[in-house]
Design a binder for this molecule. Structure first.
Ligand code: TA6
Length: 301
């Protein structure tokens, strides 16, 4: 049976290898995926060299799980919810797949107060399955509402940090014609002004935008590393593209001052509107990351 064990950061984590030579590392806290390496040893996720490994502190990088609130779009603290800072369990694993679980009280989804009893019948159960191989990483979250009576409302996102060699040599494509909400301007108001599309090819400054209802695939072309990755989803409507730019990056304690040059966050989720899962029902959200043919990882196959 697979188990989390203390690692060199003195945190519980697990590293799993696929028969094809690819591997992932997942932390107990947050079921936080911190690494996905293809067979050639190339790391595709960014993890800050100054990431803080502490209880109730999310790692800066990898794939934080955003649940049940996205950013400041709701009254809950901490922002981005609690799933990324709680300990998760390993359900099971096999070659190229691992599943993790977290139970939370349904009442926790109602931060303004709710009289639901804290019983297994009033829980939400999160089942997180990671499929990984040399060319593909597939993240699937299933949220089950076990209540017989109450709906389960929440926001959700995979806040995936992609490693790039140089931000200014990375082309971001897929939302170039899409209206967006600027997270800095909206300050958590889901009815904030929607901006009309403007070309987005290369991120040159702070970029913190949600493109709602797009169901779109994003293509990241890292010209320096000569790598291209497609980030898609069959069922998550909103996409957020985030990079803090130089000033905000310098203010982040867990990021080196040039850290912003080495990643782009491409997040898929239900960010502006809540998902509402009826009693005794489930909801599933998926993000699929594919290394495109012609990239170095492909050449080793
Ligand atoms: O998803 C974008 C965002 O909400 C940004 O506004 C930015 O603050 C980022 O996430 C990181 O949030 P964190 O709480 O991890 O520092």
């Amino acid at each position: 049976m697979a188990a989390f064990i203390p690692d060199s950061n003195n945190r519980n984590s697990i590293t799993l290898r696929n028969d094809d030579g690819s591997s992932i590392t997942v932390y107990e806290q947050g079921a936080h995926l911190s690494s996905w390496k293809s067979t050639d040893g190339v790391e595709h996720l960014y993890l800050s060299p100054k990431a803080i490994f502490e209880d109730r502190k999310a790692l800066r990088g990898g794939v934080p799980i955003i649940f049940p609130q996205f950013g400041g779009y709701g009254p809950m603290l901490p922002v981005h919810g609690f799933a990324r800072i709680r300990p998760w369990k390993i359900e099971d694993s096999e070659n190229g797949r691992a599943t993790f679980s977290l139970h939370a009280g349904l009442a926790e989804l109602f931060p303004e107060g709710c009289s639901l009893s804290d019983s297994p019948q009033n829980a939400v159960k999160l089942l997180y399955t990671i499929h990984f191989s040399n060319m593909e990483l597939k993240l699937t979250m299933k949220v089950t509402n076990t209540s017989e009576e109450r709906e389960a409302p929440f926001q959700f996102a995979f806040h995936t940090y992609f490693a790039v060699e140089k931000l200014h040599r990375t082309v971001v494509n897929g939302v170039n014609r899409s209206p967006y909400v600027d997270n800095n301007e909206s300050k958590g108001d889901p009815k904030a002004k929607v901006h009309q599309p403007e070309p987005l090819w290369i991120i040159r400054e702070e970029h913190d935008r949600v493109y709602p209802g797009q169901h779109c695939a994003i293509l990241l072309q890292d010209l320096e590393a000569k790598r291209a990755i497609q980030v898609s989803t069959p069922n998550l409507p909103d996409v957020c593209i985030w990079n803090p730019g130089p000033e905000k990056c310098a203010a982040l304690k867990d990021m080196p001052s040039d850290g912003y040059q080495h990643f782009v966050c491409v997040e898929h989720g239900n960010m502006l509107k809540q998902v509402v899962v009826p009693p005794n029902s489930s909801w599933t959200g998926t993000q699929v990351i594919t290394i495109l043919p012609g990239s170095p990882a492909d050449a080793k196959m």
